[in-house]
Design a binder for this molecule. Structure first.
Ligand SMILES: C[S@@+](CC[C@H](N)C(=O)[O-])C[C@H]1O[C@@H](n2cnc3c(N)ncnc32)[C@H](O)[C@@H]1O
Length: 543
């Protein structure tokens, strides 16, 4: 590799995100076939050079045609075929992978993608590399500050910042040190943080872990042009003979039908971070929270449930110490004490197959409670512990997630009602961490899409809300919607339990009925609820 080669991208902001801007000619990469065809010739099929390369390498792509639109590439069935048909067979020599399984950041793949890009037309993977898009739209790693802030969701924004810091540190320190020590992985070529950012984006949005979660990942050319769907996936990736990897139809396909695979049971956090898109109503989406006693006591205060061990002081005084049985129970649940894992989630109930089948998981019309509820079992168990009046109310045995975390195995009615109310308070606090309501977000998007007042106003609205910001708004709307669904599910459960036990149902915020109407409750909005919720000060979200 020539020591003078450059693989650099202008626009690095060392203090902020890595800005992606790449010239098509950077690094000597040859133009792709689709870009290089002459005006007179009939345009070749998209990525025709890639398909030809797969076939000349001993593979087959007979079952798919590559499609291209302004959003990028995708695959479609090239002919009618039956379930189980092999659509693509990719020989091992076309897999871009590595031997070392110990690299959690996929550094080895990033390095290879960069190295092959530097080799340009002489790379054995040139037909693959040259058909990679020069940007992965929607990745928050490339968001500007406004779009990142518009997410309003620290679990993702913190992760984005960590990823960018790592990338910059790697480019500026580790790579520089490796160069000084003569161990430059890029043979002296000038590779900057933005080039590494591009490679990171390529790898996170395309690599497969076909050999298992702890095994090396691989880039699977052509196969990785399949787009994602949870519901409409009609193909899967499976090992084939001789180390090949195949794309196989999971049902009969008609010629021209898009070929879609599922990227896995991923939350919108993962989809956004690694792929730059979200799925509305994603059944695997969650809201991450950090379990701590102060948060749960604040949730109880919002919901009008008494504080454990004494009254919660609105002035922010220390909480009274927990009785030993509660401390032990939280430690058994690994929610407190050394080695605790305090990351917990509110989630879509429908994802666990325990909902009402309507897709929302909320407001089911009665009947048996689902085995798994709208919060993860550790969170449910922890809230039950902190709402139980005595060890006896927990059943007297050692606390375990299996025993205390089942949505369909409630405590005695009074303790269960307190726990459920606390959960409504928790949802309300989580909602209150977002600025503005669902309706306000929807209005923002509507104004950006079709503002009143003609073209000038439309341009103005677009300036106010760019594409990344619109994605960020849609992302946070999904979180709010999920929280409202959880609130509806828990409230419904409270009504059911209260009706059965004769106890008053109650509601968060001292008797207000939680939403279910789609309107966002004011959560930490009024009276005591406000004081307790506000004190939480953004602590609720896990980071
Ligand atoms: C493995 S690649 C799929 C091929 C890609 N469309 C291309 O042009 O090369 C993954 C990327 O495709 C896009 N993508 C895949 N499925 C999508 C979906 N359901 N909605 C929006 N974008 C999707 C995203 O940009 C994602 O990062």
């Amino acid at each position: 590799m020539p020591g003078t080669a450059r693989f650099t991208v202008r626009g690095v902001s060392p203090t902020r995100m890595v800005k992606l801007f790449m010239s098509r000619h950077t690094g000597g990469v040859h133009a792709s076939a689709s870009a290089a065809h002459g005006a007179a010739a009939a345009p070749p099929a998209p990525a025709a050079d890639l398909v030809a390369w797969v076939e000349s390498s001993g593979g087959s792509a007979a079952g798919v045609a590559v499609r291209r639109n302004e959003a990028g590439f995708g695959l479609a069935a090239s002919r009618d075929c039956g379930a189980g048909s092999t659509l693509v067979s990719l020989p091992q020599r076309c897999h871009l992978t590595y031997d070392d399984s110990s690299d959690p950041r996929l550094l080895a793949l990033i390095g290879q993608v960069v190295a092959h890009r530097l080799q340009g037309a002489t790379s054995p993977f040139a037909p693959y590399i040259s058909n990679l898009l020069l940007g992965v739209a929607g990745l928050p790693m490339f968001f500007g500050g406004d779009a990142l802030a518009a997410l309003q969701y620290p679990p993702v924004t913190e992760q984005v910042k960590r990823r960018c810091r790592w990338l910059l540190a790697f480019a500026q320190r580790e790579l520089a040190a490796a160069r000084r020590g003569g161990g430059d992985p890029f043979g002296g070529a000038d590779v900057d943080a933005n080039a590494l950012g591009w490679a990171l984006a390529v790898v996170t949005s395309r690599a497969f872990r076909t050999r298992g979660p702890d095994q090396p990942a691989a880039m699977l050319p052509l196969i990785d042009m399949a787009n994602h769907s949870f519901q409409a996936a009609n193909a899967k990736i499976a090992p084939g003979p001789g180390g090949s990897m195949c794309m196989v139809a999971t049902r009969a396909l008609q010629a021209g039908e898009p070929v879609l695979i599922s990227y896995g049971a991923l939350s919108n956090d993962f989809l956004l971070m690694d792929y730059g898109f979200i799925v509305p109503g994603n059944p695997h989406d969650t809201v991450q929270l950090r379990f701590d006693r102060g948060l749960i006591e604040a949730a109880k205060a919002v919901a009008g449930v008494g504080c454990t061990g004494g009254a919660l002081d609105d002035g922010g005084a220390e909480l009274p110490p927990l009785p030993a049985w509660q401390q032990q129970a939280l430690a058994s649940l690994q929610l407190a004490g050394p080695g605790a894992n305090t990351e917990v989630t509110i989630r879509r109930q429908a994802a666990r197959g325990g909902g009402n089948g309507s897709g929302s998981g909320s407001r089911n019309g009665g009947g048996e409670a689902a085995a798994e509820g709208p919060v993860d079992p550790r969170l449910l168990a922890g809230v039950r512990v902190l709402c139980a009046p005595s060890a006896a109310a927990l059943g007297g045995k050692a606390a375990s997630v299996e025993r205390l975390g089942r949505w369909d195995a409630p405590l005695a009615p009074a303790a269960e009602l307190a726990a459920l109310r606390a959960l409504t308070g928790l949802c309300a606090i989580a909602l209150s961490q977002f600025r503005g309501s669902l309706e306000e977000d929807a209005a923002l998007l509507a104004a950006a899409a079709a503002p009143a007042g003609g073209q000038e106003a439309a341009q103005q609205a677009q300036r106010q809300l760019g594409e990344d910001e619109q994605l960020a708004v849609r992302f946070r709307m999904e979180k709010k919607q999920l929280l409202l669904e959880a609130l509806g599910t828990v409230s419904h459960r409270i009504q059911q339990l209260a009706a059965g036990s004769g106890a008053p149902a109650g509601a968060p915020g001292g008797g207000r009925q939680p939403a279910g109407s789609g309107r966002q409750p004011s959560g930490g909005g009024r009276g005591k609820g406000k004081a307790a919720g506000a004190k939480n000060g953004g602590r609720g979200f896990g980071k």
